[in-house]
Write a protein that binds this ligand. Structure first.
Ligand SMILES: Cc1cc2nc3c(=O)[nH]c(=O)nc-3n(C[C@H](O)[C@H](O)[C@H](O)COP(=O)(O)O)c2cc1C
Length: 241
């Protein structure tokens, strides 16, 4: 449950927790600027602006590009489907990373996720994170009495801000590569099972062209990330009646 404080103008400020997930294999600290991850730097623009407005909010950061979660295994799946009361010590150990990642998600009001486009979709490391987190009776329930849609998310009310970068361009609606976009579309579909009700996506394109269109696209993405951070943080402030 988020706690609350009042600022000097007697506005009610609800403290938020942000879960910040980066996924590019690239860092943001390379000495050669162009080797740095664009998607991570756009997410950082959002986070830095958020911190300016909400310096005491909790931010949980994971870089799955640098520290990828394990891929799930047959034993992992068996452990997930074993009732808690009869789980073995080994099965509990096998699920401990998943438990930790889900606990981080449960705390989060906002998820700021950054991802490169790799082979028209998300990196395997980020998919591994989703596979560890979207788990029966933890993040979704399954009930055949619901008919053709037996899955339902357990959590709700969360917001996701997704920052992406790609080498080509035109992946949006009506764009020349619209049909090849399996990045934002896939993440948005999965995000339903994280309890995401509101989804924003900010894209930088043209990285492989390294031209003015690329510079403009990256600049616009940073501006949008900062604007969205301000707009969203204002939306959590309400004036005392
Ligand atoms: C392994 C790999 C696969 C890529 N596949 C695609 C792709 O399918 N489509 C595309 O537009 N760009 C592709 N790119 C380019 C990246 O999306 C681009 O460099 C992006 O800026 C990477 O994100 P980052 O800057 O956050 O690391 C690929 C790059 C790499 C390294």
């Amino acid at each position: 449950m988020p706690f609350k404080e009042y600022n000097s103008n007697l506005k009610l400020i609800t403290m938020k927790t942000i879960l910040h997930i980066d996924a590019s294999a690239r860092l943001t600290t390379n000495s050669v600027e162009e080797y740095n991850s664009i998607s991570k730097s756009i997410a950082a623009s959002f986070i830095n602006k958020w911190k300016e407005n909400n310096p005491t909010d909790k931010i949980i950061h994971r870089d799955v590009g640098v520290n990828p979660p394990n891929f799930i295994t047959q034993d992992w799946i068996a452990a997930v489907f074993t009732p808690d009361e009869v789980k073995t010590k080994e099965q509990r150990a096998l699920l401990s990373l998943s438990d930790t990642l889900i606990n981080e998600l449960e705390q989060a009001d906002i998820i700021v996720m950054s991802s490169p486009m790799y082979n028209y979709g998300l990196p395997a490391a980020l998919k591994a994170w989703f596979d560890q987190v979207i788990r029966i009776n933890k993040t979704f329930s399954f009930d055949l009495t619901r008919g053709d849609h037996p899955l339902e998310p357990i959590m709700s009310g969360k917001t996701m801000v997704l920052a992406t970068s790609c080498g080509e361009f035109g992946f949006g609606p009506g764009g020349i590569n619209e049909k090849k976009n399996h990045l934002g579309t896939h993440i948005q579909t999965m995000s339903h099972y994280l309890g995401i009700d509101t989804f924003y996506e900010i894209n930088a394109e043209y990285q492989e062209f390294n031209d003015d269109r690329h510079k403009e696209s990256v600049q616009n993405a940073h501006n949008k990330a900062k604007e969205l951070a301000s707009t969203l943080s204002n939306s959590y402030i309400s004036t005392l009646q």
